[in-house]
Design a binder for this molecule. Structure first.
Ligand code: BYC
Length: 480
């Protein structure tokens, strides 16, 4: 088999020579049947017989890694793909800086690595569960197809983590793989591991916000794990990042298209005030302030995914060479952080202030800052859409301390601009800052499916171009 190409001869497509690894192949085949049960009961509801124009990974080289074709989702070729090995790769940070990367799990870091892989793995099926009912209200076949593409790839990312668990962690790896199929998003008895993955994704605006903000946390975390000294994890994450880019495109362009449609309708109807809710909603589009509230919600939930500002877990993972900083290999410093400091947001005398803390312990804070910068770029692009239509409104990221449930500011009440306030004041403003039941009801009322090829629901603009350059009226999903 050529390096980089996928072997479709095996029951599980892979580029890791699974055919010669009978033990792991057998274990994965056993897991596969439980996986398909999970997919049928928790995957997209009602579309298992539909034929979907999907991309499937056929290699890991940058050019031509994917093939597009019609496929029924349960027949999707979920495979195990690792980026090509980099010969002579060494550990790029921490106490083992410069040593050759590990091809097996180092005993001392077994528990730590397993925990990170399980957490990463847990988020993937969780997002599929969260998005399970969205197919029923898709604004177009183009969007429906994108939803399913995201779903099958998140499910493939679960495969990726399960492969690592089965191959490198023996009996406890097999046990954890089974557990990944039993937890359920939002289930009070057996919830998914991280907060944001137990929230609902009830409508398409939430879906686009989730793929913009929460998938971007996925990108940041995968970038850090791609730096890992445990080479199979690094190679796995490097390839996952190739797929992840499309998910964030779905989010950013989806929100951009909703903004464009709202502004266009406002302009055509002569409405200048973006806060004229009644008039704007009467036209069947989503007002910009409601979109800001949804952004406030999804951004703050996603910030929680970075853990506490000060974290011994993060410091230990870095020193061990297990989880690096965002694009560690592009940072020009000592890569050890022994005596370095990082300006970290702390609650001091009732105020949020940046103070210098140990850079090692403040790694979550640093990554969150990288994330905030990455998020703000999309907002700039959305603001250009608004500006071009001549409407006075600017999307803003809320302050880091707004609406937080994890870390230094959990339990603190703050406004989106970062003023610490009383709970009463927060409650008074709640519906101005976060979606109200009325906002959710209004958005829900718009969620009527549009299934004619080339047509779009009235609240969202058509995309600039088709998937894989397909023409406007292309039937992305043949609904059965
Ligand atoms: N919810 O030391 P701390 C993605 C726990 S998204 C609940 O502050 P640490 C995707 C924490 O587990 C990316 N619990 O944090 C996106 C710990 O518990 P234990 C997923 C939380 O460990 C869209 C305790 O609080 N990948 O791929 O430095 C669609 C103290 O924690 C939360 C990863 O996250 C929370 N939000 O950092 C599909 C990468 N936050 O152990 C997919 C792997 C913290 O004391 N995970 N806790 O019981 C990690 O690197 C780290 O575990 C975290 C937390 C960044 C999540």
């Amino acid at each position: 088999m050529q390096p980089g190409n996928v072997d479709y001869g095996d029951s599980i497509p892979n580029n890791v020579g699974l055919g010669e690894d009978r033990r792991v192949l057998k274990a994965l085949e056993r897991w596969h049947s439980g996986y398909l049960d999970w997919w049928r009961s928790m995957g997209p509801d009602g579309f298992q017989d539909s034929i979907v124009y999907l991309r499937t990974a056929v290699g890991v080289d940058r050019d031509g890694w994917a093939r597009f074709d019609y496929v029924k989702m349960p027949d999707y070729r979920w495979g195990i793909l690792l980026a090509n090995k980099v010969e002579g790769r060494t550990i790029g940070f921490g106490d083992h800086l410069g040593e050759p990367v590990w091809q097996e799990v180092p005993g001392a870091y077994r528990g730590m690595l397993r925990r990170l892989i399980v957490i990463q793995g847990d988020t993937e099926p969780a997002s599929v569960e969260q998005q399970r009912f969205l197919g029923k209200t898709a604004p177009s076949l183009y969007d429906l197809r994108n939803l399913f593409q995201v779903n099958v790839e998140e499910a493939r990312h679960l495969w990726a983590m399960v492969y690592l668990l089965q191959k490198y962690f023996g009996a406890d790896g097999r046990e954890e793989s089974g557990e990944l199929l039993t937890r359920r998003s939002g289930n009070p008895d057996k919830p998914r591991m991280l907060g944001a993955f137990n929230e609902q994704t009830p409508d398409w605006l939430s879906f686009f916000m989730f793929t913009y903000f929460t998938d971007r946390d996925g990108k940041m975390q995968l970038e850090c794990l791609a730096q890992s000294g445990f080479d199979p994890l690094s190679r796995t994450c490097r390839f996952m990042l190739t797929e992840e880019a499309h998910h964030m495109f779905v989010g950013e362009s989806g929100i951009g298209r909703i903004i464009e449609r709202t502004c266009q309708v406002m302009r055509e109807s002569g409405i200048e005030d973006p806060y004229d809710f009644e008039a704007i909603r009467a036209l069947g589009v989503i007002d910009l302030p409601t979109m800001q509230k949804k952004a406030n919600l999804h951004y703050s939930l996603s910030l929680d995914l970075f853990g506490s500002e000060i974290s011994t877990n993060a410091a230990n993972a870095f020193s061990a060479g297990v989880k690096g900083r965002y694009r560690e290999d592009k940072i020009d410093d000592e890569h050890r952080l022994l005596d370095d400091t990082y300006p970290t947001l702390r609650l001091i005398n009732g105020r949020a202030e940046r103070v210098d803390e140990s850079a090692l312990k403040a790694l979550n804070m640093r990554l969150r800052d990288d994330y905030a910068r990455d998020c703000s770029r999309g907002l700039e692009r959305w603001n250009k859409v608004v500006e071009k239509q001549g409407i006075e409104f600017k999307f803003k990221l809320p302050h880091d301390i707004f609406h937080r449930a994890i870390g230094e500011f959990a339990g603190v009440f703050a406004s989106p601009s970062g003023n610490i306030i009383s709970q009463q004041e927060f409650d008074r403003h709640h519906d101005e800052w976060l979606p109200s039941p009325g906002d959710d009801d209004y958005i829900a009322s718009l969620m009527v499916p549009e299934t004619r090829p080339g047509k779009y629901a009235g609240w969202i603009a058509a995309p600039k171009s088709g998937i894989n350059k397909m023409p406007g009226k292309f039937e992305y999903v043949k609904i059965r």
